[in-house]
Write a protein that binds this ligand. Sequence first.
Ligand SMILES: [Zn+2]
Ligand SMILES: [Zn+2]
Length: 250
Amino acid sequence: MRPGGGGPDTPGWRIRVVPNKYAALAGRHEVIVHSPDHDAELEDLGDEGLLEVLEVWRRRIAAQLDDGAAAATLIVNRGAGAGASLAHPHAQLFGTPVVPPLLLDELLEFERFRNRYGGCVLCAEIDAAGERLVHAGGVAAWVPAATRFPGELWLAPSEHEADVRLADLRPLAGAVRRALIAVDTATGGAPLNLWLHTAPAELRGAFHWHVEVAPRLSSIAGLELGADIALVTVDPEAAAEALRAAWPQG
Ligand SMILES: [Zn+2]
Ligand SMILES: [Zn+2]
């Protein structure tokens, strides 16, 4: 993105999209560099700067889905403990020829809930968040009842919406910026992963797009790998309270 004009690979860019040299898997892998500033994390860009980044995320997600990807998964790895191999703040977008297993699990969960109770499981989860609600607004932030990581935080539009391509990104920018600051404060700067789940190219059932933020306070151990059971030692209500206290007002 180049507000002042100029050719590719010349100075003056603000946000850059580069196809990855080391394609991680079949499909398309892009790196989205958030800023020319080597040290500027997403929350340092301000709401307007972050909004521009989210618009690029969305444009690339749309391009990959239009281009034949079954699903587009956007991730941010921050810190070596979260698998980041490049220090300069960036996101990675994976357009995969199949729906990834985790998204498939979520789609099945939406389907099961709809068959059993009707409606959307994520809307119901936001409504039932209570003490686990960290922030209410156009985009809500809450600690899920069953977390896989201590300090895990989810963000999603309060009004049901399946596909991030249709989203109003302004409230998301504000919520992402504050969430990153709150998680950073509450965890003392732990490495983290963030990912965005949106509806696959062909959505048959229900879905509700969301962002998951997972600080990496403890390492994944045998029970997680051997049984896919997460051992979380922090009570979700207490985690939400800490995040509420750290949530910036401005
Ligand atoms: Zn919903
Ligand atoms: Zn998800």
